[in-house]
Design a protein. Structure first.
Length: 466
């Protein structure tokens, strides 16, 4: 196996190669615009659900191309990894984002932590299509897009990080205050809003940027849909209300495109990062590990661990903190969990190719094993309690969850392409979310050859080129 140095060396070579292609990007189309709108957690099956009003989204589908049945997402089916796949065309094992932050390994006995307070350069190991677009001289903007903090590739940004306003482009922050969308420059006042209120601000920020700056590439990420599905489930009254509100936000953004006078030159790509399933039960693997003496709990908190599990919704990343015993400990824990209620599988590194992960020796954020829950069960990080299986309320997980392996069709995400350069009234099947970044590149005339996926050429007009 390659060692960690070799893995990062290979990433450096890839970055250099990708950036070197910029000199070849002679076909950049400065007259075209692409607006990518990600509605977090918008499961593909909701597009055809008659119980939810989606006039704008369904009109975009009728006028453009719908990926029927949705697009397959990447493992893990979690927000930051999949948003990064959308703009790199690469699986998380290649682009480096495996969680909603950096997975930080400590020393022997030190539990792994997720650190979300990181820059793009700490998280993403390859160039994104936004990096390539900006380097080619195109205007770029992002609103609430993950893994973009302190990026140098956006003319305006409002990143998806816990303290977003601290890293928002100063001129954009000032303009949003002047327009009354933000109360002041403090992050505390911004986060005082409800998630619906946050989506309102992010939508208006995107509309402002489109009207005033007319970016060639705009990335927008809305969150209320996901938050509601976690609390109430995807196909509930509350969920349908969140879907309808998201549709209204999309309508606002389209109005801004019209106001900017660029509708005839704009492609709208409407996507999600993952789907959802109901999880009324949860498994608490750390409880079993605690009972086996493999981790220590003090005052209800995990303090030390030989082995422990970091939850990612429908999967759990199992970390062995002693590298010398990692393979042995992982194999032992696998036997411990197989056959238990709620456990579908436990993947050891020899099967990581199934999810597109490198070996943990190649990249130290990769877990030593992956615990896979059955549909209907979430993975909890709880270290207290006495039983492996509990209700979602007792385990403090969500009624609705994602994070399951992408092969579970409920994780399929909405994908609609509409507007300039897109064929009208067609449906495609079998798309993968690694196709979005190369499709953006094709629409903007950029060279972006290193993605895992290929452009969705069957959705494009022949004038774009196949």
């Amino acid at each position: 196996m390659l060692n960690r140095f070799c893995w990062f060396t290979s990433m450096a070579v890839l970055i250099t190669a990708c950036l070197n292609t910029l000199s070849l990007a002679q076909s950049v189309d400065a007259q075209r615009h692409v607006v990518v709108i990600s509605i977090d957690g918008f499961a593909a099956r909701l597009v055809d659900d008659p119980k939810v009003p989606l006039p704008t989204i369904r009109q975009l589908a009728r006028e453009g191309c719908l990926i029927e049945g949705g697009m397959t997402v990447s493992d893990p089916s979690v927000t930051w990894p999949n948003h990064t796949t959308l703009v790199t065309g690469m699986k998380p094992g290649r682009h480096g984002v495996l969680a909603n932050g950096v997975l930080v390994r400590g020393g022997i006995g030190v539990p792994v932590k997720i650190d979300p307070y990181r820059d793009q350069s700490d998280l993403v190991k390859v160039p994104t299509v936004a990096d390539v677009a900006h380097a080619a001289g195109l205007r770029t903007a992002e609103v609430n897009w993950p893994c973009t903090r302190n990026s140098k590739s956006f003319d305006d940004q409002f990143p998806d990080v816990p303290n977003a306003l601290d890293y928002t482009t100063p001129r954009l922050r000032t303009e949003l205050i002047e327009k009354g969308f933000l109360r002041d420059e403090t992050h505390a006042s911004f986060r005082n809003s409800s998630v619906v209120g946050l989506d309102y601000v992010w939508t208006e920020a995107a509309c402002h940027l489109i009207r005033e700056r007319k970016p060639h590439l705009t990335l927008v990420h809305l969150l209320n849909n996901d938050a509601t599905h976690h609390r109430r489930g995807a196909q509930s009254q509350d969920g349908y209300t969140a879907n309808a509100y998201a549709d209204m936000c999309v309508s606002r953004i389209i109005d801004a495109i019209d106001d900017a006078g660029i509708r005839e030159r704009t492609t709208i790509i409407l996507v999600a990062d993952h789907g959802f399933t109901l999880t009324p039960k949860a498994i608490r693997p750390n409880v079993l590990l605690r009972n086996e003496g493999l981790l220590t709990v003090e005052a209800g908190k995990l303090t030390q661990a030989e082995v422990h599990v970091v939850p990612e919704g429908g999967v759990g990343f199992l970390y062995c903190t002693n590298p010398a015993k990692a393979a042995e400990d992982a194999a032992k824990v696998r036997k411990m969990f197989l056959g238990q209620e709620g456990v579908a599988d436990v993947l050891l590194p020899d099967r990581f190719q199934e999810v597109g992960f490198p070996h943990p020796r190649e990249y130290n954020q990769v877990p030593d094993a992956i615990l896979v829950a059955k549909d209907g069960y979430a993975v909890s990080g709880a270290v207290t309690g006495e039983t492996l299986v509990a209700t979602y309320l007792e385990a403090r997980t969500s009624l609705g969850s994602h994070g399951f392996l992408a092969k579970l069709q409920k994780m399929n995400a909405m994908c609609i392409l509409s507007g300039a350069g897109i064929q009208s009234g067609i449906k495609l099947q079998g798309a993968d979310n690694t196709s979005i970044a190369p499709t953006i590149a094709k629409l903007l005339g950029l060279k972006y050859p290193h993605a895992d996926g290929k452009p969705l050429t069957d959705a494009l007009l022949t004038s774009i080129g196949k």
